[in-house]
Ligand binder design. Structure first.
Ligand SMILES: [Zn+2]
Length: 451
């Protein structure tokens, strides 16, 4: 599922004026204005608590579809230097299944597998709601009732710490009682323009230059490249390599701008998933089984009755070597994809980089071949799905590499960097404790003990 193409144009007409926070005007002499190319919505969640003011800062950057091996392959010098200065995962970070954009971005900020935070795909059907979630549907995306878990910004806000999302999937909804103090509305028409890409850096710095009681300690930044190029041209195309280097230069600019603030900032650069070159043409499920009466979303199948589900499973279970069909309860435990009805039943898992869909185009409409690059596959079976991880800053050890780890572990680690007490999740602080200068000790006390 293509994120950028899918949301192109949505919300395009909605323009929000940049609002000035109460404390903003008090930054006499040192404030820099927000860049109007990226208007921000302001929510008044109060000021930073005294403890939050003592905490360090985290800038979390996502480069969509930045496959784990791109940096070394293409000589992304800023990212490689960041990893050398701090920590990185030279063999990649494991995405959660399915290795899609919204599910994994929300896993990164909740520590929950997609079946637990509820975004089981970029687009899915909810039987109970009798409604559909889709990343291009602004009404669904901004409705907090679709999301479970406590995203990092809500966790911070609930503990007296201000946050800003210069976009992140889920950040436009009020979840677990909070919206970020600052957030950007996603605008598919402009979000990949040079002006908006630069504005994310400018606005991060402008927010960090606000007075201590107002400035956000967690800032998330999202870039849709090189995912877009990876889809359109394939992971190995010159266009994708160029986008990799463009994003690397962006990270270099951001790093320099953050350094100039002289604040204790941990810079964390991740991606949501990798990219695979698609093999062959479409695999269309309704050629193997009668799906009349099924709700469908991509390759997700929602049978209305047990009879329908069993019948489709029978037909699909030995239909092709390009996918395996499971009754949902039987999906292998390692995928963490057998408990949420939003995943449908039966569940179809691709066995390779194959483009699978429930239906072809409606009669009379011309079919298009699959795009050259796709993701969404099982990261344990297809290493091309692995994501990137780089981090450096005052709380992170120098020059250490980490073996592939599941991205659910990012959440407790980020919470620790910020001195927040994280709720139980699918991740564990132990996994990345060796990357922390304090070894992961004193969880929850960081705000008070930060040097
Ligand atoms: Zn993505």
């Amino acid at each position: 599922m293509r994120f950028r193409a899918g949301v192109r144009g949505f919300l395009a007409a909605t323009v929000f004026a940049a609002l000035l926070a109460g404390g903003w005007t008090r930054a006499a002499g040192q404030e820099s204005a927000l860049n109007p190319a990226l208007p921000l919505v302001h929510t008044d969640n109060g000021q930073n608590s005294a403890a939050a003011q003592k905490a360090h800062y985290v800038v979390l950057v996502s480069l969509d579809g930045f496959r784990w091996d791109y940096a070394a392959r293409d000589g992304a010098k800023h990212l490689l230097a960041l990893g050398k200065q701090g920590v990185w995962a030279p063999e990649g970070m494991l995405s959660s299944y399915p290795s899609l954009t919204f599910p994994n971005h929300f896993t990164l900020v909740t520590g929950l597998y997609p079946e637990h935070h509820g975004l089981v795909a970029n687009s899915f059907w909810d039987e109970k709601k009798q409604a559909r979630y889709a990343i291009a549907d602004a009404k669904a995306v901004t409705d907090g009732s679709w999301y479970a878990g406590v995203p990092l910004w809500s966790l911070a806000e609930s503990q007296g710490m201000r946050t800003a999302c210069l976009f992140w999937p889920g950040s436009e909804a009020k979840i677990a009682g909070f919206a970020p103090t600052w957030y950007a509305r996603f605008d598919g028409k402009t979000e990949a323009t040079d002006a908006v890409q630069q504005a994310r850096i400018d606005n991060a710095v402008a927010l960090l230059r606000m007075p201590e009681d107002a400035r956000p300690h967690l800032i998330t930044i999202y870039y849709s490249e090189p995912d877009h190029e990876g889809h359109e041209f394939g992971p190995d195309a010159p266009e994708t390599r160029a986008a990799v280097l463009k994003m690397d230069a962006m990270v270099g600019k951001l790093e320099a701008a953050l350094k100039a603030t002289n604040l204790p900032i941990d810079l964390v650069v991740v991606s949501d998933h990798g990219m695979a070159k698609i093999e062959g043409g479409w695999v269309t499920l309704d050629q193997f089984a009668d799906l009349t009466g099924f709700e469908t979303a991509g390759a997700l199948l929602y049978g209305k009755t047990e009879e329908d589900r069993a019948r489709a499973y029978d037909k699909l279970s030995h239909a092709s070597s390009q996918f395996v069909a499971y009754r949902r309860k039987d999906v292998p435990a390692a995928l963490n994809y057998n408990s949420n009805p939003r995943a449908g039943d039966p569940v179809i898992i691709a066995t390779g980089p194959y483009a699978i869909r429930a239906h072809g185009p409606p009669a009379g409409k011309a079919d298009q071949p699959p795009i050259p690059g796709m993701h969404g596959f099982d990261p344990r079976k297809l290493p091309q799905m692995k994501a990137s991880f780089f981090a450096a800053g005052p709380d992170i050890v120098h020059g250490r590499t980490v073996a592939p780890f599941e991205n659910v572990n990012i959440y407790p680690w980020l919470a620790h960097l910020l001195g927040l007490t994280a709720p139980k999740s699918d991740g564990s602080l132990n996994v990345l404790a060796g990357t922390l200068r304090d070894g992961g000790e004193d969880a929850g006390e960081k705000g008070a003990s930060a040097q």
